[in-house]
Design a protein around this ligand. Structure first.
Ligand code: GLY
Length: 270
């Protein structure tokens, strides 16, 4: 059995699907959700999978004024007992943050919270962690000033930061095209990034490139107990997870995908 990451996978924060979800931003791989009842069913099955895996799950109420509110990953970055509240990169998503910030500050007694100011912008979905290395995308949502704020926090914590320019014409976030199902593996799809973009990896770590048509499936969540959440419909991803000695938990994400949402987008681990 491969060693899996154990950090940040005890408690999960999610947010319920609003009726307005059909108006969520959908400019990349989605065309806009059409079946809110099905989206809610899929979201509930996802939450249940986390509960069944032993996580404590909190689901904040939906916010009808913010169709994208289920995508909590973008709204806070939790690293080793510190919370960075980024300024989200799309104006329509900025006001999603206060309830999430309030919840985290109540839960994380003693955690350090820092914010982002001025022109700095970042979506949490642009951050990928492989052990002590953090990869951040320069994207349509994350800019250099945002990256500098993150850099200050990471240098304080002794972690390395690497910047990746993602192809913004076809990739929303770094996590739309990659994930780390374990602390040793980066999954990504051909046709977006090269191994050079990630730079030299620590011994024992590797990048696995999967077919371009399965890029959505490259977004997975390793729960740190050998189980990995994967999206339904991506056979090569599924096979790869099994070959790594991990147990896939397959989730139907079809309606969430229609809002440009991947598996990681729907949860904040803290
Ligand atoms: N619909 C997710 C986003 O664009 O942020």
């Amino acid at each position: 059995m491969a060693t899996v990451r154990t950090d940040q996978k005890q408690r999960a924060l999610m947010r319920a699907v609003p009726e307005s979800f059909s108006k969520a931003l959908a400019n990349y791989f989605g065309s806009g959700p059409t079946d809110i009842a099905l989206a809610r069913k899929q979201h509930a099955a996802y939450a249940q999978a986390l509960l069944d895996s032993g996580l404590e799950v909190t689901i904040l109420p939906a916010d009808e004024n913010h169709p994208d509110c289920i995508f909590v990953e973008d709204q806070a970055i939790v690293i080793d007992g510190h919370v960075l509240l980024p300024l989200p990169g799309h104006p329509s998503r900025v006001a999603e943050q206060p309830p999430i910030a309030d919840f985290l500050s109540r839960q994380l007694n003693g955690f350090q919270v820092c914010g982002m100011f001025g022109d700095a912008r970042m979506d949490g979905g642009d951050l990928l962690r492989l052990g002590n290395i953090f990869f951040v995308a320069r994207s349509k949502r994350t800019n250099d000033a945002g990256i500098e704020t993150l850099r200050s926090l990471l240098s304080h914590l002794g972690h390395e930061l690497r910047i990746i320019d993602i192809p913004t014409e076809k990739a929303l976030h770094l996590t739309s095209i990659s994930s780390t199902p374990t602390d040793q593996v980066i999954l990504t799809a051909e046709g977006f990034l090269s191994a050079d973009d990630f730079g030299e990896l620590p011994e024992g770590c590797r990048i696995i490139f999967l077919p371009e048509e399965e890029v959505y499936g490259c977004n997975t969540i390793g729960l740190g107990n050998g189980k990995v959440l994967v999206a339904k419909g991506y056979p090569t991803v599924l096979e790869t997870i099994q070959e790594l000695g991990l147990e896939p938990i397959v989730l139907d994400m079809s309606q969430i995908r229609e809002a440009d949402g991947s598996i990681t987008c729907c949860t904040l681990f803290f």
